[in-house]
Design a protein around this ligand. Structure first.
Ligand SMILES: [Zn+2]
Length: 240
């Protein structure tokens, strides 16, 4: 049975054209008659702007044939959407990245070497580029929570005899393979897609399915999470 293909809303379509400045972002073709809109995740029902990209017919068939890789498509989409965003507002500066710089000339010998090593690895871990999911602390927090939830449920699955042999690094490698970006280096425009993917993984665990069959949700929705974050923020900033 063919899936129903909901029409892309006119407003979204207009934005997709604007974003690409009415030319194919892969080959530069500007003949409007050849334009098509590609669903990046191959789900024709997902008409979120983040999932759509303008292409010419020729590049579109290359994408569907796998001659243009998903990773390339996502990179192009990312640069298009960040271009559009930066022309709209230039406010999203990266306030979360922490760079720790220790001058080696201040300290000598092994100590300096050790400190350099530690701080270097810290820098790599905490610096996510502006516009990435990792640079948005609230979004990052939600992703962290979903991943933790997934591993909790996988652990619970062990009691049903399902093997747990699955590590965080393997999980993140898997995400990188699927999306073409490291989890927290992924452009923030893929947040919804990543959330959907993680929620799907959670709901497919044995315990997750059980919970749902009893009417329990396995996780808070993004909206609920935001409400909780806001409430915690208010609580911690209330002057009594
Ligand atoms: Zn093209």
């Amino acid at each position: 049975m063919a899936r129903r293909r909901p029409a892309i809303p006119k407003r979204t379509e207009k934005r997709v054209y604007q974003e690409a400045q009415s030319q194919c972002p892969f080959c530069g073709e500007s003949e409007v008659a050849t334009f098509q809109i590609h669903h990046i995740d191959s789900d024709p029902t997902n008409n979120a702007i983040e999932n759509l990209i303008l292409t010419c017919a020729s590049c579109h068939s290359k994408i569907t044939a796998g001659l243009i890789f998903l990773q390339k498509v996502m990179q192009v989409k990312h640069s298009l959407s960040s271009n559009l965003e930066s022309t709209r507002k230039r406010t999203n500066t990266d306030s979360t990245s922490k760079k720790i710089v220790i001058s080696r000339s201040n300290i000598g010998g092994d100590v300096a070497n050790n400190i350099t090593k530690i701080t270097t690895s810290k820098t790599i871990k905490t610096t996510h580029p502006p516009g990435s999911i990792g640079a948005d602390l609230i979004k990052k927090g939600y992703i962290d929570e979903l991943i933790a939830c997934y591993f909790d449920l996988r652990k619970a699955d062990a009691s049903y005899g399902r093997k747990v042999g699955y590590s965080y690094p393997a999980f993140h490698r898997n995400i990188q393979k699927k999306f073409g970006f490291k989890t927290f280096f992924m452009p923030v425009s893929y947040f919804d897609t990543l959330v959907e993917y993680l929620q799907g993984r959670i709901d497919c665990t044995i315990q997750g399915k059980n919970n749902r069959s009893k009417g329990y949700s396995n996780y808070k929705s993004w909206d609920e999470y935001c409400v909780r974050v806001q409430r915690n923020y208010k609580d911690s900033h209330t002057i009594s």
